[in-house]
Design a protein around this ligand. Structure first.
Ligand code: P6P
Length: 334
């Protein structure tokens, strides 16, 4: 691919659309709608300490988690711009108990549904650690009024997925199934510009990410694998480094670029794992697989799991292929 570094996200999406003669441009428009919503969210995230948008709303979401004001704001913006863009007929949000049917008449003819976590890692908002928006796009399967079946699709049916990380810079990383590309927001022009073309994740990494505070609540095979990560075996680059921010987007983005494995196993508190299949695990699995990595629940490929409920949680082992397979080997040997 010619050197497209610096091309804007909008130009890139339109350019790649030409690779698909049958494309009508709807997906391109939808991706641009998501990018626009993320720029508005970014504006508030970047000044959160200066305006009354930090802290809690005093409300708990469907997950039972306290909703931060910025969570609520990000959720509202995603819903607003997706509705306004007219390219999706229904959407699911980690912050919404049920899925949302877009009642606008034009939207009923839209081909896509969007699932999103509007602001992942929100416990980090008030301490200025990186957070992010995660999204996943599917073609609708119903005709007429959208149904839950449009939303409860296996991750392998995603047509696009990505995240926006609000960190030292703001980046959009996405895939439509033809590789992974990263775009950095240039605030001087308000555009995401291609900065990380064709991201590939190393088969072997030196970073493992897991909440070590839960060590006593992990299954034995996870404890065995983490002990393996800590062993002194110089020619195998062990001990690995432990890096854990507590924000999936930030931990996954670092591991995608540098190589590594992210683990959220079953724990006694979260026997099915904590992370949500639809809003976190499927989009991240699509990206990581497209970058050459792997994503499983310990037994099954994440993207093969048939969802049964909107807020379903799964264990997730995701990242550098050989590291994920090593953990799977520990599980198989248990
Ligand atoms: P724990 C944030 O709340 C989140 O959903 C992910 O972004 C993050 O990876 C995980 O939970 C952190 O969970 O239990 O380690 O604090």
């Amino acid at each position: 691919m010619q050197d497209l570094k610096g091309i804007t996200f909008d130009e890139y999406v339109i350019l790649r659309q030409k690779d698909f003669p049958s494309a009508q441009g709807d997906l391109s428009k939808l991706l641009r709608d998501i990018a626009l919503a993320s720029k508005v969210i970014n504006r508030e995230v970047n000044k959160a300490g200066l305006v009354d948008i930090l802290g809690m709303t005093g409300v708990r979401n469907v997950q039972g988690e306290e909703v931060q004001k910025l969570d609520e704001y990000a959720n509202e913006q995603m819903i607003k711009y997706l509705k306004a863009g007219g390219q999706c007929c229904a959407m699911g949000s980690e912050e919404e108990e049920d899925f949302i049917i877009v009642t606008d008449e034009h939207a009923q003819e839209a081909h896509y549904v969007v699932l999103f976590d509007p602001l992942d890692g929100s416990s980090n908002i008030d301490v200025n650690a990186s957070i992010g928006t995660i999204f996943s796009i599917y073609k609708r399967v119903s005709t007429g009024i959208p149904t839950i079946h449009d939303i409860l699709q296996a991750g392998k049916h995603q047509v696009a997925a990505g995240y926006v990380i609000y960190g030292s810079s703001t980046m959009m990383v996405y895939t439509t199934g033809n590789g992974v590309n990263g775009f950095t927001l240039d605030p001087t022009i308000g555009e995401f510009c291609l900065s990380h073309p064709n991201i590939q994740t190393a088969a072997n990494g030196k970073i493992y990410s897991i909440n070590e505070g839960e060590t006593n609540n992990w299954p034995q095979y996870v404890r065995d694998y983490v002990s393996y990560c800590k062993e002194n075996v110089k020619d195998e680059n062990r001990p690995y480094s432990h890096r854990y921010i507590g924000s999936m987007v930030a931990d996954l983005h670092r591991n995608l670029i540098k190589g590594g494995i992210f683990i959220y196993p079953p724990t006694t508190k979260a026997p099915k794992g904590k992370l949500r299949l639809l809003y976190e695990c499927n989009p991240m699995a699509f990206l990581v697989e497209q970058a050459g990595g792997k994503a499983t629940d310990g037994l099954n490929r994440i993207m093969d799991i048939e969802p049964t409920e909107l807020h379903q949680r799964v264990p997730v082992y995701i990242g550098s292929k050989n590291m994920v397979e090593k953990l799977e080997a520990f599980k198989a040997a248990e």
